[in-house]
Design a binder for this molecule. Sequence first.
Ligand code: 5GP
Length: 108
Amino acid sequence: MSNEQKTLFSKIIDREIPAEIVHEDEKCIVINDINPKAKVHLLVIPKKPIPTLFDLTPEDKDCMGHMMLLLPQLAQSQGLEGFKTQINTGVTGGQEVFHIHVHLMGNK
Ligand code: 5GP
């Protein structure tokens, strides 16, 4: 994939753009949102650059399940007793970066 075609989050995954990385494993990366809307505002991002939830296929089940299981672990490691999650989908759904990501937000 050429650099112009890469998503912002793929560039962060490939360390071409800096970010505060909170967690990384073979399936996903977790970063602090650059414009936090809560004391803790993480973005959980699959390494596979799937544009939106509309583009998911059955082969993405493992990765998406992995990210869901990671959410409460991340929240606990950030000292949160509760948290909100959000996945914006499509322009009319408020999505700005077309590489699926789960927002994890919470206040201590
Ligand atoms: P969306 O509206 O697509 O669901 O959310 C995109 C999120 O990415 C926004 O909350 C925005 O603040 C965050 N964001 C945009 N650019 C950057 C960046 O360069 N670095 C980081 N860490 N977050 C970003």
